[in-house]
Design a protein around this ligand. Structure first.
Ligand SMILES: O=C(O)C(=O)C[C@H](O)[C@H](O)COP(=O)(O)O
Length: 211
């Protein structure tokens, strides 16, 4: 089984996908892989989520996760469709407990020290920090990480190619997530070339290469 935390430590980027039509899932997987990324968090923000996860998971190189999972039932649907990790915008004991029982890696969202302690109490050591930009950006991640030496963060919300290096420079940051590489308007328009271009730019920025 793939260690998802290890995987994120290598890719350092988690594209957050909002697909209204699952027909785009195949081309989107190809576009991401062409840009150098082999994972995507497909959100339950749309009814197409389950079908989109199924199709993206068919891509032999993709590690597909499910995002915006707010109920245990969605976690079940995501796993059945082929999701290999679960992400939530906030901390839900029900969702976390259920995922632990299923044995699927789960990354709940946190915004406060209290929520980080809830994650620790549940036995987790990696959390999403959401919405990162609006909560104060890298400075907030640093301040929150200080007392929690073994916690890893995936800041998401307001991250772009221009600011991702500021987050990734923080030791406690495992990876960053966001929609900028797979912006909903690009997916609506089927502009896969632009998805590949933005993905490649983000991958280069994550490696610290000149743009
Ligand atoms: O859908 C979820 O489960 C979320 O938690 C929210 C998304 O991860 C962010 O909305 C992405 O933020 P942007 O990259 O600023 O668009």
């Amino acid at each position: 089984m793939v260690d998802v935390t290890e995987y994120f430590a290598r890719t350092r980027l988690v594209p957050v996908v909002v697909l209204n039509d699952a027909a785009g899932a195949g081309p989107l997987a190809d576009a991401l892989v062409a840009g150098g990324l082999r994972t995507a968090e497909v959100t339950f923000r749309t009814d197409a989520a389950v079908a989109a996860i199924e199709r993206m998971a068919e891509h032999p190189e993709m590690l597909v996760g499910a995002g915006t999972v707010v109920t245990p039932q969605q976690a079940d649907e995501a796993v059945a469709a082929g999701a290999r990790y679960i992400v939530s915008p906030g901390f839900s004991s029900r969702v976390v407990t259920h995922c632990l029982q299923l044995g699927i890696p789960v990354f709940p969202g946190v915004a406060t020290a209290t929520e980080i302690q809830m994650a620790l109490d549940a036995g987790l050591d990696t959390v999403k920090f959401f919405p990162a930009g609006q909560l104060g950006g890298p400075a907030s991640v640093k301040a929150l990480a200080a007392p929690f030496r073994n916690v890893k963060f995936v800041p998401t919300g307001g991250v772009t190619t221009d600011n991702l290096a500021d987050y990734l420079a923080i030791k406690a940051v495992l990876a960053v997530g966001g929609t900028w590489m797979v912006a909903p308007d690009l997916l609506e328009a089927g502009d896969w070339a632009e998805v590949t271009k933005r993905t490649a730019a983000a991958v280069a920025a994550a490696k610290g290469e000149q743009q």
